[in-house]
Design a protein around this ligand. Structure first.
Ligand SMILES: Nc1nc2c(ncn2[C@@H]2O[C@H](COP(=O)(O)OP(=O)(O)OP(=O)(O)O)[C@@H](O)[C@H]2O)c(=O)[nH]1
Ligand SMILES: [Zn+2]
Length: 212
């Protein structure tokens, strides 16, 4: 998960990448005011003990859940790009994904599996999950999230190929609407060498194998 401290009054940098403008008190106050009204519209009493701080908590939570807008995924990758003559597939799998669907603003969550074949440069491994978070922590659809991760890695590292597979459960399909609790959505995006069947098959085989 992202390392952003759970402290919204902090105006310092997040891991050196970005200023937390998003967490300023005025913005939190503005969003809170709307949530006080929403609580009333829902038939609740915003003054009762359990709800007094809820609008502010929701405001902070929403700002956290969308902090990806403040991150620059290209910069994250550029910050740890190293010359290395390794030209086999690098696979980082089972990366937790937490995002919010832009249609209902309800969570979707699951795993991302990512591979690239270096072309003279490798990237610090932790930067791949960071890129996933930078795009996931926005209002998203799973297809766009998948393509954005692929394009960012492709454009920044210019590798021989990139592969992204994401598997998620969407709460908007589980706890409302069609109410299918067990459905999982899988999306994928490939560039370069991964468009070839043999390379793609090797990747799919690697992400389906379990560590013993
Ligand atoms: N393609 C895609 N659709 C998504 C994603 N997240 C949510 N949706 C869908 O967005 C659609 C919005 O459809 P609408 O008919 O406008 O909304 P709705 O009436 O709330 O739809 P239901 O969920 O079917 O009740 C729904 O079918 C959702 O399942 C996503 O990541 N990708
Ligand atoms: Zn939805």
């Amino acid at each position: 998960m992202s390392n952003i401290p759970y402290d919204y009054d902090d105006d310092e940098e997040i891991d050196g990448y970005v200023k937390i403008d998003r967490y300023n008190p005025e913005l939190i106050q503005n969003i809170s005011t709307h949530y006080t009204d929403i609580l009333k519209q829902l038939g609740e009493d915003p003054e009762r003990e359990g709800l007094v701080k809820t609008p502010e908590r929701v405001a902070k939570a929403l700002l956290y859940l969308t902090h990806g807008y403040d991150l620059n995924p290209q910069e994250i990758l550029e910050s740890a790009k190293f010359k290395e003559d390794y030209s086999q597939m690098v696979v980082v799998k089972d990366i937790e994904v937490y995002s919010m669907c832009e249609h209902h603003m309800l969570p979707f969550f699951g795993k991302a599996h990512i591979a690239y074949i270096p072309n003279g440069h490798v990237v610090g491994l932790s930067k791949i999950p960071r890129v996933v978070d930078a795009f996931a922590r926005r209002l998203q659809v799973q297809e766009r999230l998948t393509n954005q991760i692929r394009d960012c890695i492709h454009e920044t590292l210019q590798p021989i190929g990139v592969a992204v597979v994401i598997e998620c459960r969407h709460l908007c399909m589980c706890m409302r609407g069609v109410q299918k609790q067990n459905s999982v959505t899988t999306t994928s995006a490939f560039t370069g060498e991964f468009i070839k069947e043999k390379t793609r098959a090797e990747f799919l085989q690697l992400i389906s194998s379990k560590l013993s």
